[in-house]
Design a protein around this ligand. Structure first.
Ligand code: ADP
Ligand code: MG
Length: 727
């Protein structure tokens, strides 16, 4: 065997690997000092800003208002001085274009002086507005090329921070990215708008309860699942390198069936990565809380403590970035793809979501008093009604070519959106529906009207891992979110649909209370009616069963099994009227987003198809043919020695037939990829879904069959067994 085998080289390189590290020392600097040391946080602002400037800025941040331009210069100077003390040479406006990633363009603080020297400068104008020449980001037709520029605008509610690089540091300023015509070109702007919409409607409802809250924000804690594999394997697999997932690979003899990995002890190298990543995130003020092994081999999870949604969303982008960088430092690659390995659990992002007042009251926390419980039930109902009315938009918010491989397979929630409330809460809602709640199943025999609801314990009921949207005691957990996606989109949808339900509730209650009802009387009328309406969305059973699919159909719940069907929800009548009513997305923005999502879907699959065909032709086929030649040679030798071996003839025959089928299949795939339709983004996406994906699947089956027939010494691609278990 003369040519080098990438796979064999990778394995020997990994075997020689030793974990090095030891850079982090929490003894000399305790964890509480590390936390937030790279953030221009409240403490820094208080220390460094003139008192009046500090006050105005804090007010801006807390109220989510626009910045008073007169203080911008003072803030910029303080920020710059702080950044330079931390070794920063550059600043960047950091934004989240429609690629779903973050983008940045660095500018130096340095300005040359006429005397030939230089000074460090950073003005309020530069802080507040930036003009990246960012005309190449997808805009879905929002920007004609002649006005291709968008600008970035500072988001004071997310603090600036410092990102280290091996040779310096950069001051990073979180910003929105909008076009000159005011269209949102990013994911942050709609999120901020949706937070505002929810705040407004939630306050209306709270007012009816005489709640003194002045502001309601959404809180989000996103658990991130990911895979780590050795970089040597990663580089030896063109599919992982180009597409983030394996496009072929036979099922390993041992997968995850033993479940011996979940919460198991964490390998040293992985632990070193986790610790380094947590250290970096801690410095950036991201409150990382838990780490553990996940169910699949090589799969892990990291979870922060929840924060206000906008900050949580920015921090989540940082989590993904730091994860990738930290893994790299220890010779591993972090796979953030929703389904890197077929037949093995995929990765998601559990989006924990609730609403919280400025007085610190979690509105989804069952209270201790009947009054608090009534308020809880109203907010909980608002969420249920929202998901019932707009489940299709939640499905839209998690649509991508990659998430389709995960939803509905191996432990991931299905594409049908339903809500799991847990036994006790379901029971209460069931009783509410009949108008006269009498008892709580676990709470004993108490007489209850809406004025005297049972005490609902936290964490009531079992967790139902199969549910895409579950109540978990004091928050909802949206589990269909994909591991590689930004959480901004799903939370924008969640905030807006719940805002709409709160708006509806406020309208109804206000009307009844105007004509003399008190809050309890009004609720007695409204609640049963609402529960009857949204009841079909509630499902506590096993979401994986065929029975549920049938039942969901009977209930009229949408089953958008693929992302093309999900994406087109962006421009339905419901979507257009909802998002424009609450000024979260304009009509133009929705159409542009739909186009971008469809294009991304098609591009992702097209790249995969090209990669798969290339790997089949240049890696799989040569290995198979080489083995075929060896085998045939052996048969010829045997024959000339006068030995008959029908079994071997049969094996060679089987191999040859599989190779022939494989060649045909790759040719068919090539042909399909070469003949794409050109009649619009939607048709193009449907073609990928209906024609390209099945062709890829058929080719893969044959490639995987060959992997189990061909001499292991010839096989060039790291196998599932190796990638998942050698670390
Ligand atoms: P698990 O779901 O694994 O039992 P936890 O219940 O502790 O774990 O929390 C999971 C995630 O939910 C964490 O990120 C946590 O911060 C977040 N979370 C907890 N309470 C809230 C809340 N009120 N709003 C949003 N997220 C929350
Ligand atoms: Mg959880």
């Amino acid at each position: 065997m003369s040519q080098t085998n990438m796979r064999k080289t990778a394995i020997s390189a990994i075997a020689r690997n030793v974990v090095t590290g030891g850079k982090i020392d929490y003894c000399s600097k305790p964890i509480k000092e590390v936390f937030g040391e790279h953030v221009f946080n409240e403490e820094q602002r208080r220390q460094r800003l003139p008192k009046n400037v500090y006050k105005v800025l804090q007010k801006t941040i807390q109220a989510g208002e626009e910045l008073d331009p007169s203080i911008a210069d003072a803030v910029a100077v303080a920020m710059k001085d702080w950044a330079i003390e931390h070794g920063a040479t550059h600043y960047t406006h950091w934004f989240q274009p429609m690629t779903g990633l973050t983008a940045e363009k660095h500018d130096s603080f340095l300005s040359p002086t006429p005397e030939g020297g230089a000074i460090a400068e950073f003005s309020g104008k530069e802080l507040v507005r930036g003009e990246p020449d960012a005309s190449s980001f997808p805009s879905g037709g929002l920007r004609a090329t002649f006005e291709a520029r968008g600008y970035t605008a500072w988001d004071p509610s997310s603090p600036a921070f410092i990102l280290d690089n091996p040779n310096g540091a950069t001051l990073v300023i979180p910003t929105m990215f909008v076009s000159w015509t005011g269209d949102a070109l990013d994911k942050k702007t709609p999120l901020l708008r949706s937070i505002e919409a929810l705040n407004k409607q939630a306050l209306r409802v709270l007012k009816l309860f005489n709640n003194p809250a002045k502001r309601v924000c959404t809180t989000v804690g996103a658990e991130q699942e990911y895979f780590l594999i050795d970089k040597n394997f990663f580089f030896a697999r063109p599919d992982l390198l180009t597409c983030g997932r394996t496009l072929l690979g036979a099922k390993p003899p041992k997968g995850q069936e033993l479940e011996d990995q979940y919460f198991g002890s964490i390998p040293d190298r992985v632990l070193a990565i986790m610790a380094e990543m947590e250290y970096e995130l801690m410095r950036l003020g991201v409150p990382i809380k838990t780490r553990h092994n996940e169910v699949a081999p090589g799969q892990y999870e990291i979870a922060p403590i929840f924060e206000e949604a906008n900050l949580a969303s920015d921090h989540q982008m940082l989590v993904m970035e730091v994860l990738r960088k930290s893994a790299n430092k220890y010779g591993m690659t972090c796979l953030m793809h929703e389904k890197p390995f077929a037949g093995i659990n995929g990765s998601g992002k559990h989006n924990n979501w609730s609403m919280c007042t400025d007085t610190g009251e979690n509105l989804l926390n069952p209270g201790d008093t009947p009054h608090a419980n009534a308020q809880f039930l109203v907010f909980c109902s608002a969420v249920c009604r929202a998901v019932f009315m707009h489940g299709a938009l939640l499905r839209l918010s998690v649509s991508s070519a990659s998430n389709d491989h995960r939803l509905g397979a191996n432990e991931a929630p299905p594409a049908i959106i339903s809500i799991y409330l847990g036994e006790q809460l379901s029971d209460i809602f069931h009783q509410l529906e009949t108008g006269k709640p009498k008892s709580s199943r676990n709470g004993g025999d108490i007489e209850i009207g809406l004025t005297m609801l049972p005490k609902i314990p936290r964490d009531a009921g079992d967790r139902n891992r199969t549910s895409p949207f579950a109540f978990t005691g004091n928050k909802f957990e949206f589990r269909a979110v994909g591991s590689s996606q930004s959480i901004a989109g799903p939370n924008t949808v969640l905030n807006t649909i719940v805002a709409e339900s709160l708006d509806y509730i406020a309208d109804r209650l206000e009307a009844m209370m105007k004509t003399g009802d008190d809050i309890n009387a009004a609720l007695q009328k409204l609640m049963p009616e609402m529960v009857r309406e949204f009841k079909p969305i509630l499902f506590d059973g096993d979401n994986y069963t065929v029975e549920w699919q049938e039942e969901a159909k009977r209930r009229g719940l949408p089953n958008l099994s693929n992302s093309v069907d999900g994406i087109v929800q962006a421009t339905t009548k419901d979507s257009l009227s909802l998002f424009t009513k609450y000024k979260v997305y304009s009509k133009r923005e929705l159409h542009s987003r739909q186009d971008i999502l469809l294009e991304n879907y098609s591009k992702a699959i097209n790249i995969e198809a090209l990669t798969l065909a290339m790997m089949c032709r240049t890696m799989v086929l040569p290995a198979a043919v080489r083995w075929q030649k060896d085998f045939a040679g052996a048969l010829t030798a045997m024959k000339s020695a006068g030995i008959e071996s029908p079994a071997q003839v049969k094996t060679l025959d089987k191999l040859s037939k599989t190779i022939a089928e494989f060649i045909e299949s790759v040719e068919a795939l090539d042909d399909i990829v070469a003949h794409q339709p050109h009649d619009g983004v939607l048709e193009h996406a449907k073609y990928q879904r209906d024609v390209v994906l099945p062709a890829m699947g058929a080719t893969r089956v044959l490639a995987d069959k060959l992997e189990l027939m061909v001499d292991d010494g010839y096989w060039p691609l790291p196998t599932y067994r190796e990638m998942l278990f050698i670390r």
